[in-house]
Design a protein around this ligand. Sequence first.
Ligand code: C2E
Ligand code: MG
Ligand code: MG
Length: 566
Amino acid sequence: MDKAKAQKFANALLSGAAGLASFVFSLAALLYLTELDEKILASIVAGTFCLLICYIASERPNSQSARALAALGDRLLAVEEGDLTSPAPPLVQESMPAVAQAVDKLFAEVRASIDNAHALGMFDPVTSLPNRLHFRGEADKLLATCERDCAMLFVDLDRFKGVNDSLGHARGDQLLTMVANRLRNVVNLEAGPEDMPRPLVARLAGDEFTIFLAGVKPEGVEGIARRVCRAIAEPFELHGHSIDIGASVGVALAPCHGDSVEKLMRAADIAMYQAKSLGGGRYVTFSSALAKRHEHKIATERALTEALERGEFTLALQPQMSLRTGEVTGAEALLRWNHPHGNVAKPSDFIEVAESCGAITDIGNWVLGECAEILAQWQERGRARRVAVNVSPRQLERGDFFERVREAFEARSIPLSLVELEFTETAAMRCTEEQIAAMAALRADGATIAIDDFGTGYSNIARLRSMPLDRVKLDPSLVVDIDRSEKARNIVQSVITLIHAVGADIVAEAIENAAQADLLRTMGAQVVQGYVFAPPMNEDEFFTWLDNAENRKGPRLVTLGGDSVA
Ligand code: C2E
Ligand code: MG
Ligand code: MG
């Protein structure tokens, strides 16, 4: 081979090698992503190289270079046996040093690519903590070998989404790294005796972290969980912002709550959800009672999703009367679920679950349609009265809520003046300007707007003043003892005065005796609703009750027991 040709050949091989290196790197990434075996990668490298070598060798059959190439071919075939570390054979180094160097470099790059792919597959790139897969594997090993108690902590950040939304994902990632460091610090302080394995901290996904402690004293685990909560509750300084988040922590112990990592993670997850639903910033330890509640929740969720299709919901109607004239002004529609097991479930049994799993939106839409249906029939009978509909905060979150209200009633030609929407106090206070505007537009078209269960949330007087508002329903806890407690009467009187000052009427609900109704009337409440007058009823019962009420003479409000409200 003359020198120029040999140089050309070496250059071709080098550029082939460089191209192949990037090809191999891409393959490494692809194989990592598709979770194929690295042996396949090695075979592809070797096969491709062999093709290249065979082609070159067939061009130069008898030279020393050809023997070197044959040696190179053998070396490359060794890749199939997993050899990615041996250097290029001496013959290649001697006769084609540049090629030998390129081959060594290529193998080094392939090794680095594989290591990189492994690292990517095992560690979270944001926090450098082990990822879910790695954590599972390591915790499995620890659990299998540890003869003492172990603990699994599931840590979910509170209010992390708000940081991501307001400061952006890059800042969110920085915060996650800071959280990871605090978690590392807490568990490092917990490192037990020398013979005990170090605790594992991992990031599972998003704002979820786990901690696994092998060889712990069960009575000490709650202390660790408490320290985790405290560590995360301390403000984080992030580029001039003081960030307040928190952690909801679920604790599960091995062996009592599970004998596998999977069971422990599920138990800790259930406990974490409980911590979250209690408001976050706290830890909860798994228990069998919690497991039962969770099972009930899952079963209710499943049943709820089918309940609509099966037509298991109905509406009960509870009359509302004027405290001044005794006239029946309307009714509140209250959801009932004819459960497949035969009992009729009340909202307290399922509304919370329906809200947490999102089923409430479809149920709420059904309620709107059913109210429109009921009103259409009342109109046909010439006995139309206003119906009050309870609106879940989750419904209100949907951008199309007010549109849906209009559509539901327009579809049955029901004037909006027959519709009252009841919002919870908290939802009303959190309304955006856009929602307030949509509410005002609906009100301008005749609908009335009420705040339900007033007195249990946090009201902003300025918001109350500016809201398009017709009526405020006092929470039953405010009126339950007004016939017995002067303090209660004073409070209710003050609230009534305040609500009148913002220009709204008062509805007193859950009224159970004539004395309460009497007092509320003298205090200035306008409308009353409660068992003492009528319970929630189905439509037929409602009309029978209405006939009786209307047949009574005079503007007197009479209780079911026959007492009249003076
Ligand atoms: P709410 O809107 O404050 O409804 C009044 C609740 O008080 C009803 O309970 C009613 O049956 C009950 N009640 C009526 N009179 C009396 C009384 O004299 N004494 C006592 N102690 N209670 C009385 P219910 O039907 O179990 O509904 C509970 C809550 O569920 C409702 O409270 C409302 O917040 C929610 N809810 C009911 N229907 C719906 C609905 O269609 N959608 C949504 N999102 N929530 C609903
Ligand atoms: Mg209500
Ligand atoms: Mg209420």
